[in-house]
Design a protein around this ligand. Structure first.
Ligand SMILES: Cc1ncc(COP(=O)(O)O)c(C=O)c1O
Length: 382
């Protein structure tokens, strides 16, 4: 079957978060992490079918969806889970916040590595926890956790490690050894792990394999809250359907208690879309990965040719993390916005001087944006 990732629908005037930011301005939006591609056709069909039924009542997670998720985790990650390990969520961000409330007590510490997806930086505070930030290192030519700093930072009040795997924004797929190091550190310091794996199905580098943290060992399974969703994989973030996988019953109870009374259930369209995606979306997904790989290469080549910008190979996701510090630009997100390209500001991820570029869009639009970035830099030099 052919899939078209070259032409995308006009998203202006559709209340799109990504596109509304620049409504009425000639700025190409390459910021928030959704893609401009329509979701897989079987998902659209499942949504049509559900709507045609006409009754929009309170809805449980369908047993057939639970089975679809179990099959998905087994087929792709050799992970055998029990149905009652699943906790359905209206979003992964909800799960990050519930995890911070479920683990430890107010005043305890939550450790994460920066830069990182902004809700990692706010969820601990929302829960009255203290955030401990460990800057990642690029010593070995790629971004990774600084294990020495982690060992030095973990103390008696450290209760939770928040891990983004694969990592947004640096695009790393962590190796088995790196993940084992993190798990060992958590065992040593008696910390639990919240592993946000929302980007796990978007591995672009064919030499890399995503491993769910909880599958590394029995010790990992007994201390990990895994957060996943079909929303990045199949471009469904507006439907608000995600889930946690939590094996230990006591941890699951605490997680559910943290959500009680404030977290609504997933809406019926989210469930319908998730099931159709996991059952019938994989051909589309394979074609998507090819399209993203081509866009990744376009970005890498173009940014590599821009004086003063540095980018790292993207192993997973559709996001490129770019260091603008060598160019000496004061506020890089504002600078490129003035040049007609809307990027995410690294400061929001805990690292000013960087920008994040979302290449989940039509190649023609991407090329135009990259040309604008090059022109903005050239104008400045000239
Ligand atoms: C690492 C990570 N976690 C969570 C989310 C958002 O999850 P949700 O929309 O399900 O709350 C994103 C979206 O960009 C993300 O990159």
């Amino acid at each position: 079957m052919d899939f078209d990732f070259a032409t995308t629908p006009d998203r202006r005037n559709t209340a799109s978060l990504k596109w509304e930011r620049y409504a009425g301005r000639d700025v190409i939006p390459l910021w928030v992490a959704d893609m401009d591609f329509p979701c897989p056709e079987p998902v659209q069909q499942a949504l049509h079918n559900r709507i045609e039924h006409g009754v929009m009542g309170y809805t449980l997670p369908p047993a057939s969806l639970v089975e679809a998720v179990r099959e998905y985790l087994f087929d792709r990650y050799a992970w055998q889970i029990e149905p009652d390990w699943l906790v359905w969520l209206p979003g992964v961000v909800t799960g990050l916040n519930a995890a911070c409330r479920a683990v430890g007590s107010p005043g305890d510490e939550v450790i994460t590595a920066t830069p990182v997806y902004p809700p990692f930086l706010t969820a601990p505070h929302n829960a009255g926890r203290r955030l401990v930030k460990i800057p990642m290192t690029t010593d070995r030519g790629h971004w990774q956790w600084d294990f020495n700093r982690l060992a030095a930072a973990a103390g008696p009040r450290s209760r939770l490690l928040m891990l983004c795997s694969p990592h947004n924004p640096v695009g790393r797929v962590f190796s088995r050894e790196e993940l084992e190091c993190l798990v060992d550190g958590c065992v040593r310091h008696d910390m639990l792990i919240c592993s946000d794996e929302i980007h796990c199905d978007l591995v672009l580098d064919q030499n890399c394999t995503h491993r769910p943290t909880a599958t590394l060992s029995a010790a990992a399974r007994e201390r990990t809250i895994t957060l996943m969703a079909p929303s990045k994989t199949f471009n469904l973030p507006g439907l608000g359907c995600a889930f946690a996988v939590i094996a230990p019953p006591d941890l699951r109870r605490r997680f559910r208690r943290a959500m009680a009374g404030i977290v609504p259930s997933v809406n019926l369209l989210g469930y319908a879309a998730a099931e159709a995606a996991y059952r019938h979306g994989w051909q589309w997904h394979a074609a998507l990965l090819d399209a993203l790989r081509a866009n990744r290469d376009r970005v890498h080549a173009a940014v590599g040719a821009m004086d003063g910008l540095v980018a790292w190979p993207v192993q997973a996701s559709y996001l490129t993390w770019i260091d603008t510090r060598p160019a000496g630009i004061d506020q890089p997100a504002v600078f490129f916005e003035d040049g007609g390209v809307g990027l995410s500001d690294g400061a929001e991820f805990g690292l000013p001087g960087f920008v994040r570029l979302n290449f989940g869009c039509a190649p023609a639009l991407l090329k135009k944006a990259l040309a604008r970035m090059a022109a903005a830099l050239a104008d400045r030099a000239g």
